[in-house]
Design a protein around this ligand. Structure first.
Ligand SMILES: [Zn+2]
Length: 370
């Protein structure tokens, strides 16, 4: 990860770059801050800069072989440890591919999202004594590339007491050229004996202006929506994006309800207005809406034909579908799915959205009355 890919946090970036450029890297560091502030992305950018063979003043080159290995999380001298569900495995190494997949999707994630990824039953993951044995074992290996060896412990507050105690000596006297980066959200969860051995880097919230402009750039939403998400999020990117998603889904549910209501009532004027309104949304939003509509149609089918199945819906969605689902049945489900897929296909190929959505709502009218 490059420093410039990390949202905001200019002061911390300068501090970290300075540490490396002045060759004053403390060997045991604790990055403390919410994951939504960018604690992990900052650590990843810091590590990449440390390994980079062709550092610029303010960022790594992103191109040298070290940069590539770090950004792909494949550097042989870079090791990650994180909480895992003990009933599944006691070692991070079993979830390394999940870890890479997660970071490739987004390096902004929290323990909740991580737990959902590694365990469908969402049992609580921890970092256990077995992991500390693995960490100690890895520190005895020689550096593959002859340079630094870096050990990242993500969500270090999830280390249990045995694990923490086993690492004390290592953190106090790290082997030469090795760097321990512990990342945590809550400093209260870290043993005081560990804390006293670490240099603490406090990561502050992302500034509102930086978060807003990032959201506008990344998601192409308008500035007012971005500002309202930012104001709820208290400098936390994870909260801001989940807020954004909720708002979007609320909008989509409203559009979906109207699509079905007007089609059901055969109210032609309202149907044309609906097509008008929907075609004025951004292209990205139109496509997301179609995906959303497909999701609700599938869920309706599930409600009808698979009692007790795990239905993935918000409260408002569930309430609407409790009345609506009966209109989706064996006679029209295929037609609904096919039409939604066709609509998506045409939108991707820049068909006129007004024509596309007018076609859609008239088809829906037919299908509901099949
Ligand atoms: Zn480089």
């Amino acid at each position: 990860m490059l420093f410039k890919e990390v949202i905001g946090q200019e002061t911390i970036k300068e501090h970290l770059i300075h540490e490396i450029r002045e060759d004053k890297v403390a060997q045991s560091q604790l990055f403390h801050g919410k994951m939504g502030y960018g604690t992990l992305p900052l650590a990843l950018a810091f590590i990449q800069y440390l390994f980079c063979e062709n550092k610029a003043e303010s960022d790594s080159c992103g191109k040298c072989s070290s940069c590539r290995k770090v950004s792909e999380l494949q550097h042989p001298d870079l090791h990650f440890f994180f909480p895992v569900v003990q009933a599944i495995t006691k070692s991070s190494s079993k979830h390394l591919q999940d870890w890479r997949d997660q970071i490739r999707e987004s390096a902004y994630f929290d323990l909740y999202e991580w737990t959902q990824r590694i365990d469908g039953r969402e049992r609580k993951p921890i970092i256990s004594a077995d992991e500390s044995i693995e960490i100690i074992r890895k520190t005895t290996l020689k550096s593959f590339e002859g340079g630094h060896k870096v050990y990242v412990i993500w969500m270090a507050e999830e280390m249990n007491a045995i694990c923490s105690n086993k690492l004390l000596k290592l953190l106090e006297e790290p082997p030469e050229r090795s760097l321990f980066l512990l990342l945590c959200e809550s400093i209260d969860g870290i043993l005081p004996t560990i804390l006293s051995r670490m240099q603490i880097v406090s990561i502050p919230r992302i500034q509102d202006g930086e978060l807003t402009s990032y959201l506008v750039q990344k998601t192409m939403i308008d500035i007012e929506t971005a500002q309202s998400c930012t104001s709820f999020s208290e400098g936390d990117y994870i909260t801001a994006t989940s807020q954004l998603k909720q708002q979007e889904n609320a909008d989509f549910l409203e559009i979906f309800k109207n699509l079905m209501r007007f089609g059901y009532k055969k109210d032609v004027n309202a149907m044309l207005d609906w097509a008008d309104y929907t075609s004025q949304q951004s292209k990205e939003k139109q496509k997301l809406f179609v995906v959303y509509a497909l999701h609700l149609i599938r869920q309706s089918n599930l409600i009808n034909y698979t009692p007790g199945a795990l239905v993935k819906l918000s409260q408002d969605e569930a309430y609407f579908l409790s009345n609506f689902a009966k209109f989706i049945n064996g006679k029209n489900i295929q037609a609904f799915m096919q039409t939604m897929n066709d609509i998506y296909y045409h939108l991707e190929r820049n068909a006129n959205p007004r024509i596309v959505f007018t076609h859609l709502i008239f088809q829906v009218m037919r299908y509901i009355h099949m």
